[in-house]
Ligand binder design. Structure first.
Ligand code: ADP
Ligand code: MG
Length: 368
């Protein structure tokens, strides 16, 4: 099994009200796989150009159907939720059925469109719900009587470096412990609820339950935005009867909506919020350091220590980053000149993530 790079997509959203009110200018251009950004303070400078597996233009060229679903205007290059699912979510699904671990994470500043792509709003469901829906549709089309499925759902958030179970009403003070499996070396959250789910409707219900349990603190950037990392994990098992017993194909899907990548100062945070920002950045900067170390490794550098242990997030994402997983990153971009610095730093982050190599294997074992 050859090493495979992390797939990286970028997506640019429409202007938001704040940007319209401030008469913001569009500084992002896309052409094929490449994305360019113009420096608004140096208009005659060449735009900086980056190349990604997918560059999604979702800035304009859309209309809303009577059923509330946003679709492309014919002839435009608008990338809809369905388009993004078809490119990214369908691959996750196919890999899950083959028994690979998959990870999908969304990066970007608050308000850039991470949750829109991952979870979506209202009728405009994002990759996660569509993937779950399709998972159950595919399972229900199975006609093999020797095959059965088991699906476990869990949802947690990392807030101030503490892990909270979003499916539990009473989390211990100080959060759940992260432990390391002594034989496999993998980190896991001790006591995290993993609930069996038998339909898409059940997953939907659990996701709603989890979403209402999230720690929501307002910042100037986006009043309802969560300052926490949210991780949805789906364990998908396929159990097959064989003449000699049973075998199990297992896939772990990690779907991660990261907290805003902006520095605490640009959101006007002070006091507690600032301290919290520093902690959020601890997980995000640890993620950045892990990505850099992995990029160095894949460029042939020797004696690189990958600092997974530096944060809760990187411990839990260890497999997703440089391990046994097929991994996709979506970087969400603001189109506006007023967010130039953050958007450029998101593009650079995404550019580094492209260099990570993973080695996914099919997880298939006899059941005893
Ligand atoms: P984040 O999770 O990064 O903080 P959100 O996903 O909540 O940001 O997006 C902020 C706002 O922008 C939301 O109102 C959302 O509906 C809108 N938005 C984001 N991405 C898109 C998109 N691709 N198309 C249309 N609206 C979008
Ligand atoms: Mg969000």
């Amino acid at each position: 099994m050859p090493d495979e790079s992390v797939k990286v997509a970028v997506r640019v959203r429409p202007f938001n009200q704040r940007e319209i009110d401030r008469e913001a200018k569009l500084i992002i251009q896309m052409k094929g796989q490449s994305t360019s950004i113009e420096n608004p303070d140096a208009r005659n400078e060449e735009p900086k150009t980056f190349s990604f597996d997918y560059s999604y233009w979702s800035h304009d060229g859309f209309k809303t159907n009577p059923d509330g679903i946003v679709v492309e205007v014919p002839g435009s290059n608008y990338a809809s939720q369905r388009k993004v699912f078809n490119d990214l979510g369908q691959g996750v699904l196919d890999n899950a059925f083959e028994g690979y671990n998959c990870s999908l994470f969304a990066y970007g500043q608050t308000g850039s469109g991470k949750s829109y792509s991952m979870v979506g709003y209202g009728a405009n469901r994002g990759i996660v719900p569509i993937t779950c829906d399709e998972l159950f549709k595919t399972m229900s089309s199975n006609t093999d009587p020797d095959k059965r499925y088991e699906v476990l759902f869990s949802m947690l958030e990392i807030y101030n470096e503490q892990v909270r179970d979003l499916l539990s009403k009473d989390n211990p003070k100080g959060g759940l412990n992260i432990r390391q499996n002594p034989t496999l070396g993998m980190f896991y959250v001790e006591g995290l609820k993993k609930v069996p789910v038998g339909s898409y409707a059940e997953i939907e219900k659990r996701m709603e339950q989890g979403t209402t349990q999230r720690t929501v603190a307002s910042t100037n950037m986006n009043a309802t935005s969560s300052r926490a990392h949210t991780v949805v994990t789906i364990v998908f098992d396929q159990i097959l009867k064989t003449p000699n017993g049973e075998t199990k194909k297992s896939s772990v899907m990690n779907l991660v909506d990261l907290a805003g990548s902006e520095r605490a100062d640009s959101t006007g945070a002070t006091g507690d919020r600032l301290k919290e920002g520093a902690n959020i950045n601890r997980s995000l900067s640890a993620l950045g350091n892990v990505i850099s170390a992995l990029a160095d490794l894949s460029m042939g550098k020797k004696k690189v220590v990958v600092p997974y242990r530096d944060s809760a997030l990187t411990k839990l994402l260890q497999n997703a980053l440089g391990g046994n997983s097929k991994t996709i990153m979506i970087a969400a971009l603001s189109p506006a000149d007023i967010n130039y610095d953050e958007t450029l730093s998101t593009l650079r982050y995404a550019d580094r993530a492209k260099k990570i190599k993973n080695r996914a294997v099919v997880n298939e074992n006899p059941l005893d």
